[in-house]
Design a protein around this ligand. Structure first.
Ligand code: SF4
Length: 142
């Protein structure tokens, strides 16, 4: 079973109440068992919600509220479910402060990218799970 960011499968769990369905992930769903998770919702945040970016070890929303606790809880829940379902791979939404892998927004809310992982991607990697984004799926499946 592969853990997947729920928004990539069409779940309306994003901060703006929308989804981000990805054709390659939807296609993969017909071949593999996918486990959809949304770490931000599992951490207790509402949908829609004020957008958050990662600032070092903190998660801060656009109004300056600290959301680190919710982001850490969501990351822990994603890891717990990955372990429970025996997921060895996770396909996560690129650039998200939870799910982003390798590149995320820099915390300035100016659309500036920086190197780094979202909270859930980082925790899943530390748990030994192979994490990639939907943008890397072609290379992985080739
Ligand atoms: Fe999608 Fe992950 Fe953001 Fe949830 S936390 S909306 S699954 S990118």
């Amino acid at each position: 079973m592969i853990l997947v960011s729920a928004c990539l499968l069409g779940q309306c769990c994003r901060y703006d109440g929308k989804s981000k369905p990805d054709p390659k992930v939807l296609e993969l769903n017909s071949k593999e068992l996918l486990l959809p998770v949304c770490p931000e919702q599992m951490g207790g945040l509402p949908t829609p919600r004020t957008p958050v970016e990662r600032r070092g070890e903190r998660a801060v929303d656009r109004e300056g509220k600290d959301r680190t606790e919710q982001f850490k809880k969501g990351a822990e829940e994603a890891c717990r479910l990955a372990k429970l379902y025996g997921c060895r791979t996770a396909i996560l939404k690129s650039r998200s402060p939870s799910c982003g892998c390798g590149q995320i927004y820099d915390g300035s809310f100016s659309h500036t990218l920086t190197e780094g992982d979202g909270f859930a991607a980082e925790a899943l990697k530390m748990a030994g799970i192979h994490v990639l984004t939907e943008e890397e799926l072609d290379a992985c499946l080739a």
